[in-house]
Design a protein around this ligand. Structure first.
Ligand code: ADP
Ligand code: MG
Length: 160
């Protein structure tokens, strides 16, 4: 396992980190964002989604109520044209998920079975089986731990 840790000093720096990390993501991949409320998970997700070219930053908002936001092209079956090289990104927030059954209903494994990047806030809530080895091909899992280290400092540790 490869881990490194950095401190950002503003939301803009955290977004910029998201752009940088996005360049290294090879789908299918599960990106778990772990950390408390206000740690910067949604802020980092903005940079990740925008950096992947799936949506502009300002369109990336917290999927707290809908649980899943979808960005980028539709899956092939629903696509009008064959742009299957474009990236599909799912942004999931498990904050409100309370039971294993609710988690199942979300169908995260199906999302991973697509050639997609799946970003999960409150990744702590995922079962250890899914965290350790998502089905759906040779995808990887990246864990990103975020933690407030001051009013506008955030310590961000990436474990791939
Ligand atoms: P989460 O999704 O983890 O609950 P958000 O990204 O929604 O967190 O919120 C993070 C909050 O912290 C925002 O209000 C943001 O402006 C603020 N903030 C301050 N400094 C930073 C930083 N370095 N990185 C990210 N967010 C920061
Ligand atoms: Mg959030």
């Amino acid at each position: 396992m490869n881990a490194h840790s950095i401190v950002t000093h503003s939301p803009e720096e955290t977004i910029a980190l998201g752009y940088e990390l996005a360049r290294e993501l090879k789908p299918p991949v599960l990106v778990l964002l772990l950390g408390d409320l206000g740690a910067g998970k949604t802020t980092l997700a903005k940079g990740l989604v925008a950096g992947l070219g799936a949506a502009p930053e300002e369109e990336v908002t917290s999927p707290t109520f809908t649980m899943i936001h979808e960005y980028g092209p539709r899956p092939p079956s629903a696509q009008a044209t064959g742009r299957d090289s474009a990236l599909r990104v799912y942004h999931v927030d498990l904050y409100r998920v309370e039971t294993a059954r609710e988690l199942e209903t979300l169908g995260l494994e199906d999302l991973l079975a697509e050639r997609a990047v799946v970003i999960v806030e409150w990744g702590e809530k995922l079962g250890s089986a899914l965290r350790a080895s998502p089905r759906g091909g040779p995808g990887g899992v990246i864990e990103i731990h975020l933690e407030a280290a001051g009013e506008s400092e955030r310590r961000i540790e990436i474990r791939a």
